[in-house]
Design a binder for this molecule. Structure first.
Ligand code: 3EB
Length: 337
């Protein structure tokens, strides 16, 4: 397996084959998320949070998303959030158990995260992921579970007085069971720049037709260690959305192209320059991609388009799972540098 040699000390991810012994005794591990055909609770047994999320339906698509950083110091659990930290970075995982309603549990998880990053002194939230079972199904009150989740996340921001514009890149995607698993990376210091997409409405400004409370995340987040301008760009799960509207209903190939064009626009020099960053990237620079596909029969199409557009060297994991909006057929995330 190709290992990225990290050019900077910011957290870096590797996708490992499940069951690989590479993870044993690795002192740089900050957290491990196993993607596969079942879910588990969150363990801290090896000095870092580890959990399994049910993000696909075929065993051979399973892999472990392993987040590393140099100099792991300590791990623990606080307010339902299992965490590990280095001097500079904090990684945490929390779970809302499966149930009829998620807003209260999600609000508790996010207030727990905000309190933890404050208490431990890693105030700069840099990336979050949210894996939501039954994401398109109605909750006990008839509200779609994704919208229910968004209500809870928004309430946590309200409760802690957090400006939605400070929320970083994110993923909000379906799973096949297990409630909601949220994980995050936060930093003690350094520069964080949240990046928007000029062709897509800022998520926290989405109109109410998408739910009572909007999602809160940036389209990408730049994170560079203190005293350097060398960092990583975390690209959010990106879909075939222009403005606030889903485009190309029912056409997975066209939605995949728009997703990739959206990523290219977000990470390009013109857009990063608008956000004060003097650098620019292309799709060939994106690695550690997770590609979420709603319908199994669309996977070969999505694989072909991604192979045409991305670097041959990139690690691309394709997962079969539901997506936040019922009309979205594909979503793509990744990391630059
Ligand atoms: C979208 O752009 C598609 O709720 O955290 C993508 C990334 C999506 C993150 C989230 C949702 C989230 O609205 C869905």
């Amino acid at each position: 397996m190709r290992q990225l040699t990290p050019p900077v000390t910011a957290p870096y991810s590797c996708f490992e084959k499940l069951g690989a012994s590479d993870l044993d005794g690795d002192e740089t591990l900050l957290g491990v998320i196993e993607h596969g055909t079942g879910h588990t609770g969150v363990s801290l047994a090896d000095g870092y949070p580890r959990t399994a999320v049910h993000t696909t339906t075929r065993e051979d698509e399973s892999f472990a998303e392993a987040w590393h950083a140099e100099g792991r110091e300590e791990s623990g659990s606080h307010g339902g959030v299992a965490w590990a930290r280095t001097a500079d970075y904090l990684f945490g995982v929390a779970r809302v158990p499966e149930g009829g309603r998620y807003a209260a549990g999600t609000a508790a998880v996010y207030t727990g995260i905000f309190d933890l990053i404050g208490t431990l002194g890693y105030p700069t939230l840099a990336r979050t992921w949210n894996y939501v079972s039954g994401i398109n199904t109605p909750n006990a009150d008839g509200l779609e579970v994704y919208r229910d989740f968004c209500v809870g996340r928004a309430e946590a921001l309200d409760a802690r007085g957090i400006d939605p514009a400070t929320m970083p890149a994110a993923t909000g995607i379906g799973t096949h069971g297990g409630g909601i698993t949220s994980y995050f990376i936060a930093a003690r210091a350094g520069d964080r720049v949240n990046i928007e997409n000029p062709a897509v409405l800022t998520a926290h400004r989405y109109p109410q037709q998408y739910g009572p409370r909007p999602p809160v995340f940036a389209r990408a987040t730049w994170l560079s260690p203190p005293g350097t301008d060398d960092g990583r760009l975390f690209v959010s799960a990106t879909a075939g959305i222009l403005g606030h509207e889903t485009v190309h209903h029912g056409d997975v190939a066209a939605q995949c192209e728009v997703s990739l064009e959206n990523i290219a626009r977000v990470i390009g020099a013109e857009n990063l320059g608008r956000h004060g960053l003097r650098r620019g990237y292309t799709l060939a620079d994106v690695d550690h991609l997770k590609v979420y596909v709603r319908h199994r029969e669309d996977i070969s199409t999505v694989r072909r388009i991604c192979a045409e557009r991305l670097s041959r060297e990139a690690t691309v994991a394709v997962l079969h799972t539901d997506i936040a909006r019922t009309d979205l057929l594909v979503e793509i995330e990744g990391v630059v540098a």
